[in-house]
Write a protein that binds this ligand. Structure first.
Ligand code: NAD
Ligand code: ZN
Ligand code: ZN
Length: 344
């Protein structure tokens, strides 16, 4: 079969032919119907060899949807032809965190060599993929796999990130979304669907700001040195109760801290290497800063239910498997509107 692989540290990913995978005991083989392209892959492909926690070559794609093509020995609960989405943050399934459905925070994944598909295990940007356990499958039902596959990360990650802040997002509050790309343009929609907050979006081009407005942002501003002051002004000096930073670079984390309200939440989702100082006087009083990773399986089910209710409409650009390297180039250059989805 054809697959998109990251083969050499620092090189662009390539479409290659690899052996057709076969499911072992307990595994499920999917015929991939759609696979999302995430900026985290670009971060991974920028790491030096010593930082890579898995060997190459790696089939990319940690957002996957497909139809069940074959069941390994002992697998029950699914049948050939079932349409499913893949819950990507695989864990051991039995540690303290996994027992709560929080496989994204599995305590034993590193020790056991368990990696998400596309981030260590063979990923979804291929004609077929292996899913290690039916526990990682969520039925799609009538949902369109192309529009839905980004929700497995670009939906689940912002959903998890903002869910802990829901009590602060009361009427009259403000939520800021920094970076309205794949994750951010879904975050805006989740905030609108789940809260009464005023939603302010920040990005670096007018095209991205237009998308943010189109998906429901009340205000959309250029993300520059004056962004924090603009948010303070828009909020009558109060600042934003919740700031979700989907860039996470030094200038955006600094701005996020500076625009937060007293008792606000600053949530750094982007992998841009920015940090925030804590300690008396470093931030407004009682600001809490956190950096979450992906989300729980139960939250993925909730996000798909929101999509079924019509509350989330992911903007997708579609590419064939042969065009997948181009999708990565465009993402790197900031030229994707919403999420790029590969149709193998
Ligand atoms: P994306 O490229 O689709 O979106 C990023 C957006 O940020 C783009 O619209 C870009 O124009 C904008 N941007 C760039 N610089 C900016 C700045 N200075 N101010 C405001 N906006 C700016 O990327 P994505 O796939 O949505 O991923 C977003 C980030 O989240 C990446 O860093 C990715 O690695 C990370 N991520 C983290 C997790 C997690 O679990 N923590 C999960 C998925 C992705
Ligand atoms: Zn991702
Ligand atoms: Zn575990």
């Amino acid at each position: 079969m054809k697959a998109l692989q990251y083969r050499t540290v620092g090189a662009a990913p390539e479409v290659v032919t690899v052996p057709d995978p076969e499911p072992g005991p307990g595994q499920v083989l999917l015929k991939v119907t759609a696979a999302g392209v995430c900026h985290s892959d670009i971060a991974v492909m920028s790491w030096p060899a010593e930082q890579l926690p898995f060997p190459l070559p790696l089939t990319l794609g940690h957002e996957g949807a497909g139809t069940v093509a074959a069941l390994g020995d002992g697998v029950t609960g699914f049948a050939e032809g079932d349409a499913v989405a893949v819950y990507g943050p695989w864990g051991c399934g039995s540690c303290w965190m996994c027992a709560q459905g929080k496989e994204n925070y599995c305590l034993r994944a590193a020790e056991l060599g368990i990696h998400p598909p596309g981030l260590g295990a063979p990923g979804a940007i291929a004609e077929y993929m292996i899913v290690d356990s039916p526990r990682h499958l969520v039925p799609l039902g009538a949902l369109d796999p192309v529009k839905t596959v980004p929700l497995t990360d670009a939906g689940l990650t912002p959903y998890h990130a903002l869910k802990r802040s829901l009590p602060k997002l009361v009427p009259g509050s403000t939520a800021v979304v920094i970076g309205t790309g794949g994750l951010g343009h879904v975050a805006v929609q989740l905030l609108r669907a789940m809260t009464a907050a005023r939603v302010v979006a920040l990005d670096v081009t007018e095209e991205k700001l237009a998308l943010a407005r189109a998906v429901g942002a009340h205000e959309a501003l250029l993300s520059d040195a004056s962004a924090a002051a603009s948010v303070r002004e828009l909020t009558g000096g109060r600042g934003a109760e919740v700031v979700l930073d989907f860039v996470g670079a030094p200038p955006t984390t600094a701005a996020a801290g500076a625009m937060a309200a007293v008792e606000g939440d600053v949530t750094i989702v982007g992998l841009g290497g920015g940090t925030l100082p804590v300690g008396f006087g470093a931030l407004p009083y009682e600001v809490s800063v956190t950096s979450p990773y992906w989300g729980t399986r139960a939250e993925l089910v909730e996000v798909l239910d929101l999509a079924r209710a019509g509350a989330v409409d992911v903007h997708v650009e579609t590419y064939g498997l042969d065009e997948a390297p181009e999708a990565y180039e465009r993402l790197h250059a900031g030229r994707i509107e919403g999420r790029a989805v590969i149709l193998p």
